[in-house]
Design a binder for this molecule. Structure first.
Ligand SMILES: NC(=O)c1ccc[n+]([C@@H]2O[C@H](COP(=O)([O-])OP(=O)(O)OC[C@H]3O[C@@H](n4cnc5c(N)ncnc54)[C@H](O)[C@@H]3O)[C@@H](O)[C@H]2O)c1
Length: 253
C-alpha cells in the first residue's frame, strides 16, 4: 500500500525538472498522475517514460479557458481529483532597471495568476471527490530578495499569501480541501545546470549557487519530491495554509 495509493493527482509543468521528479515519487507511492505541460513533446516523452499510471495533457496554465477543459477531462477520464500540484512557473531575471512592465506582468501571469486559476478551477472537483490537497510552488526567492530578481522575488512572495487566503476559504467551507505551498532552495535540475553552464565562469557560478545554501550545496529534485508526497498524502491531514521550506537554510541566511 503506497502513501498516496489510488489518489488521482494533476501536476502542472510535469514534463521536466522538479515536476517530473515529483510525478515519479507520487507514482512510486501508488498514485495515478496526470502531468500537464505546454511543452507537448517533452510531456508525452515523460509520461511514456514514467509508465502506465502516468498520463499527459497539454495545457498552458496561463489560459483560463483551458483550465476548465482540463478539469472536465480529468473528471471524465478518471472520475475524480484528489490532488493538484501547481508546479509550472518561469524565472524572469532582471533588476527594477532591467525589466520592462511587460516582463514583470509575464512573471506574475505565469507564476501567480496560473495558481489562482488552477485553484479556482480544481477546488469544486476536489471537494466533490471528498476533499484533498493542493500544493502551490513558491520559492526561497519568495522570502530572500535579490537585486536581479525583482519580478520573480515578488511573484513567489505572493504565492504563500494567496495559498493562505484559499486555505482559509476552504476551511470555512468545510470542503475538505487543504492548501499549502513549498519553498525550495536552489535545486540542481537540468535547467539550473544549463543556467550554470551559460555563465562566463561555470565553476565559480556552481560554487556560488552551492554556498548560497548555509549547508553548502544545492538540493536534489528528490528532496522536494519527498515533500510533495507528504503534502499529497493523508499524513499531512492537519496541515493547511502553511509554507514548507526545504532549502538548505537559504531563506534564513
Ligand atoms: N529549480 C530550482 O532551483 C527551484 C527553486 C525554487 C523554486 N522552484 C520552483 O519549482 C517549480 C519547478 O521548477 P523547475 O526548476 O523544475 O522548472 P523547469 O523550468 O525545469 O520546469 C518547469 C516546467 O513547467 C513548464 N511550464 C512553464 N510554464 C508553463 C505554462 N505556462 N504552462 C504549462 N507548463 C509550463 C515547462 O515547460 C517545464 O516543463 C517552479 O515553480 C519554480 O519556480 C525551482
Amino acid at each position: 500500500m503506497g502513501r498516496v495509493q489510488d489518489k488521482v493527482v494533476l501536476l502542472t509543468g510535469g514534463a521536466m525538472g522538479l515536476g517530473k521528479a515529483a510525478a515519479k515519487a507520487l507514482l512510486s507511492q501508488g498514485a495515478t498522475v496526470i502531468i500537464s505541460d505546454y511543452n507537448a513533446e517533452a510531456g508525452h516523452a515523460t509520461a511514456a517514460e514514467l509508465g502506465e499510471r502516468c498520463h499527459f495533457i497539454e495545457q498552458d496554465v496561463t489560459d483560463w479557458a483551458r483550465w476548465g477543459a482540463v478539469i472536465a477531462e480529468v473528471e471524465a477520464r478518471f472520475g475524480r481529483l484528489d490532488v493538484l500540484v501547481n508546479n509550472a512557473a518561469i524565472t524572469v531575471y532582471g533588476s527594477i532597471a532591467d525589466l520592462s512592465p511587460e516582463d514583470f506582468r509575464r512573471c506574475f501571469t505565469f507564476d501567480v495568476d496560473s495558481i489562482f486559476m488552477g485553484c479556482k478551477a480544481a477546488i469544486p472537483l476536489i471537494a466533490k471527490s471528498g476533499g484533498g490537497s493542493i500544493v502551490n510552488f513558491s520559492s526561497a526567492a519568495g522570502v530572500k530578495a535579490n537585486a536581479d530578481l525583482a519580478a520573480y522575488n515578488s511573484a513567489k512572495a505572493a504565492v504563500p499569501m494567496l495559498t493562505k487566503s484559499i486555505a482559509l476559504y476552504c476551511a470555512r467551507e468545510r470542503n475538505g480541501v487543504r492548501v499549502n505551498c513549498v519553498q525550495p532552495g536552489t535545486i540542481l535540475t537540468p535547467n539550473v545546470e544549463s543556467v550554470i553552464a551559460g555563465t562566463p565562469d561555470p565553476d565559480a557560478t556552481r560554487e556560488a549557487f552551492s554556498l548560497a545554501q548555509p549547508i553548502g550545496r544545492m538540493g536534489e529534485p528528490e528532496d522536494i519530491a519527498h515533500l510533495i508526497v507528504y503534502l499529497a498524502s493523508d499524513e499531512s491531514k492537519f496541515a493547511t495554509g502553511a509554507a514548507f521550506a526545504v532549502d538548505g537554510g537559504l531563506s534564513m541566511a
